[in-house]
Design a protein around this ligand. Structure first.
Ligand code: ASP
Ligand code: MG
Length: 416
């Protein structure tokens, strides 16, 4: 059996839903489980509802109205018959959201978030399942919350694999077309939990693992995994094959390929992951699987913009590494700076960090009491996997290189 995943962008409007139908018709849909995200940017809109509930109650009705109208317009395009039961079903789902918020007594933001935000996926899958049935593609709608069991750390939950396996073995009929939600699970009290933003790929991997599926396909608006982000690079190339290990390496350096969490369960059972275009479903796209490296073997470029480069040296010319390195890493951790790269010499230590939580000034103040600190903001970190001289010089031309570090397969450049 196969697991498919369609993201929000692929079902952002009625045409998107019709295109899902086209993909399924082209590639077949027997023994298939389809995981779907919330439509378009619905998860952001659901987050805005939660935010209004806690911080700006007066805005709550209009925020709910916005999401309701968005789905109503998609429904109108897909179901000309206004008496269709799906209209009632979608209304019920939004009534549940309103009811929950009206009765809720919990001040726990993360708990409320998980109870509310998941309605994006519950709604999208209800609409898609009904539409498929309507046009004669019989399918079973599954509530993924009855399948994926988790702990109760809301918004960042951990899967209980044993219980999940039990539920899936018991409840999923592999022989039919199943439609279910990405992103969601439930705890021991059956409260909804979420797997973290962009968690639907991980859902597909969890289900594939427990079903021992033959493959997972993520359908995207790009032809597959490219060797560079087309937003920043003019020439990009499609990668045909990537090994699990290489995909994890690329993700580690910041490529938004596929989240390592998604790869782990697949790698354990050696289930191949296909990344394909939902516009050209017959094209091969990219396969992540067993094996080595990448194919074709071309340099892969990963860029992280808006990083901070710091050079620290000791005030008294003592060796910085031996005496201070563990303290330094503790500070980076405490101030939530993700360390991208380090380089040290006898008396200085350079580090490139991601100031994601905006706590740079606080950190600098602390550091300056103990070290001489020179820092530069707004630098970019380029990583090239499988580099060659041409790839490196393509970056050296036009940028000022502040720091360079080479390993066997990887070169990293901090540039301004
Ligand atoms: N809908 C969720 C999000 O936007 C999960 C996903 O799309 O993977 O984060
Ligand atoms: Mg989404």
């Amino acid at each position: 059996m196969r697991v498919f995943k369609f993201g929000g962008a692929s079902v952002k409007d009625a045409n998107g839903v019709k295109n899902v139908v086209k993909v399924l018709q082209e590639v077949g849909y027997e023994n298939t489980l389809v995981v779907v995200s919330a439509m378009g940017k619905t998860t952001n809109s659901m987050e805005a509802i939660v935010d209004a509930y806690f911080n700006e109650k007066a805005n709550l009705p209009s925020k709910i109205q916005e999401v309701t109208e968005y789905h109503a317009s998609i429904l109108k395009d897909l179901f000309p018959n206004k008496e269709h039961l799906i209209y009632q079903r979608v209304k019920e789902l939004f009534d549940e959201v309103k009811g929950f918020l009206a009765w809720n007594k919990s001040p726990n933001y993360n708990f409320v978030y998980d109870q509310v935000v998941g309605y994006g996926e519950l709604t999208s899958t209800s609409i898609i399942s009904a539409y498929l049935n309507e046009i004669g593609m019989q399918n079973t709608w599954l509530d993924v919350r009855t399948l994926i069991k988790t702990n109760n750390i809301y918004r960042d939950t951990t899967v209980n694999w044993e219980k999940t396996q039990e539920q899936i073995s018991e409840k999923v009929n592999k022989k039919v077309l199943n439609i279910t939600q990405g992103f969601l699970g439930s705890d021991d009290n059956n409260f909804t939990t979420t797997l973290g933003r962009e968690g639907s790929d991980y859902t597909a991997a969890i289900l594939a693992y427990c079903l021992s599926a033959n493959s997972v396909t993520i359908w995207k608006d790009v032809p597959g995994v490219l060797n560079a982000d087309p937003r920043y690079f003019k020439e990009t190339q499609l990668l045909n094959k990537i090994s699990y290990k290489e995909a994890i390496e690329l993700a580690f350096y910041g490529a938004s390929v596929i989240h390592p969490k998604t790869l782990q369960p697949l790698q354990r059972k050696e289930i191949p992951l296909h990344v394909k275009s939902f516009l050209n479903p017959k094209n091969d796209g990219t396969t992540v699987g067993k094996g080595n490296g990448i194919e074709p073997k071309v340099p892969c470029f990963i860029v992280k913009k808006d990083q901070v480069l710091m050079k620290l040296s000791s005030l008294d010319f003592s060796f910085i590494v031996e005496n201070n390195i563990s303290d330094l890493f503790k500070l980076f951790h405490d101030y939530k700076m993700k360390v991208d790269l380090i380089q040290n010499s006898a008396i200085s230590f350079s580090v490139c960090v991601d100031n994601r939580f905006g706590r740079l000034q606080e950190l600098l103040d602390t550091l300056k009491s103990r070290f001489k600190v020179v820092h530069q903001e707004g630098v970019s970190l380029y990583t090239i996997r499988h580099f060659n001289t041409e790839a490196i010089s393509s970056l050296q031309n036009g940028y000022e290189v502040l720091l360079e570090q080479r390993a066997k397969e990887t070169v990293q450049l901090v540039v301004k």
